[in-house]
Design a protein around this ligand. Structure first.
Ligand code: KG4
Ligand code: ZN
Length: 340
């Protein structure tokens, strides 16, 4: 029988954030994230350094999450961890740690799909946030994924559109790198674009199927655009950074909105939730809010702390699976590539 009060510890280590969170009956008691700054020097995540930093961070991060939740580890009912998708060396740290802790405490272990967790983060109870009703569409936009998912219930999801090459977060980060900005460049493009003219420079929207995405051509056109202009004026980027960022963001956001509009038309579902790191972007947040008024959609936008990689979403899935007794066996292994 399920106890009345359940405390689930969530652990996330799929990329470059070591995170732990405690959830109690849908409410997040603590949500700790240690972001690895070491990768900034290299212009992207270095897998070997990421797994080493996870090793250093995981014990203090989990301890802090328990402390902030004001509970002892003996009160935990289960441990949920990210099994994949992600970087293998990073996933292994969270997986091994979670298995050992669950075994030591003699409590169930729950494996979680990172991308599904970005979607199910919407079921975290918080003030002012309404949870989606089924079925709904989820746009998962991160550094590793760009997908449109039809969500039928907590556990039944179908990918109906996705990127054929780069993820949208990569398009932001790679374009930022071309502009000389440090990793991760997405938040910086967002910041500079607020002061720029979105129509200053037209960038082409890649043409693929109505529900699919492609971003590799955009990165190439940014590269040619910058090379051409810097040849004429070496100070071109410095002088026009805000306008370049605003134009890029405008192109990407319009492209995402076109695809979501197609998905709404195709499925007849007009309830839309976003998830993943890029859902922190002010452009997409504003465009979706406008769609509520303009098209009558019901839109769900997560709080910023639940957009980028976090363990609260892992704990949330842990709680949903705990209620259904969907546990992992102790020989479960991390999976770098994981389907829905
Ligand atoms: O979900 P996430 O934290 O990690 C992955 O699973 O990939 O997403 C990270 C991505 C990075 O590409 C980062 O540049 C992007 O999310 N990102 C943003 C913003 N905040 C984070 N992109 C655009 N605008 C933002 N405000
Ligand atoms: Zn993510």
């Amino acid at each position: 029988m399920t106890p009345k009060q359940t405390y689930i510890l969530g652990i996330e280590s799929s990329c470059d954030d070591t995170a732990a969170a405690v959830i109690k009956n849908g409410i997040i008691l603590s949500n700790v994230v240690a972001t690895q700054s070491i990768h900034k020097e290299y212009g992207g995540v270095v897998p070997e350094l990421a797994s080493r930093a996870h090793q250093q961070n995981i014990v203090p991060v989990v301890q802090l999450a328990l402390q902030k939740a004001n509970i002892d580890k003996k009160q935990l009912n289960a441990i949920a961890f990210t099994r994949g998708p992600g970087l293998m060396g990073s996933l292994l740290v969270g997986t091994s740690f979670s298995k050992s802790l669950a075994m030591g405490l003699d409590i169930p272990l729950i494996d979680v799909n990172h991308m599904k967790a970005h979607i199910l983060a919407h079921f975290i109870k918080s003030e002012g946030h309404t949870t989606p009703t089924f079925p709904f569409l989820a746009l998962t936009i991160s550094g590793g994924h760009t997908q449109i998912v039809k969500v039928t219930n907590h556990f039944e999801m179908e990918v109906i559109g996705q990127t054929l090459d780069d993820a949208v977060g990569e398009a932001f980060d790679k374009s930022a790198k071309i502009l000389g900005l440090p990793y991760p460049g997405g938040p910086l493009i967002d910041k500079y674009s607020k002061k720029g003219n979105p129509k200053a420079y037209p960038f082409p929207k890649p043409k693929v199927g109505p529900l699919d995405f492609s971003f590799s051509g955009l990165k190439t056109s940014v590269l040619y655009f910058v090379e051409r202009n810097v040849k004429e004026d070496p100070e071109f980027i410095n002088k026009n950074l805000n306008d370049i960022c605003a134009s890029l963001q405008y192109t990407i956001v319009n492209y995402l909105m076109d695809k979501i509009k197609n998905a709404v038309k195709h499925t007849g579902i007009n309830e839309v939730a976003i998830g993943g790191g890029v859902s922190a972007n002010s452009g997409i947040r504003n465009a979706l809010k406008a769609a509520e008024n303009n098209f009558g959609w019901k839109v769900h936008i997560p709080e910023l702390e639940f957009c980028t990689d976090n363990a609260a979403m892992i704990a949330m899935v842990g709680e949903l699976k705990y209620k259904q007794q969907l546990f992992a066996s102790n020989d479960v292994v991390a999976k770098a590539r994981m389907e829905f």
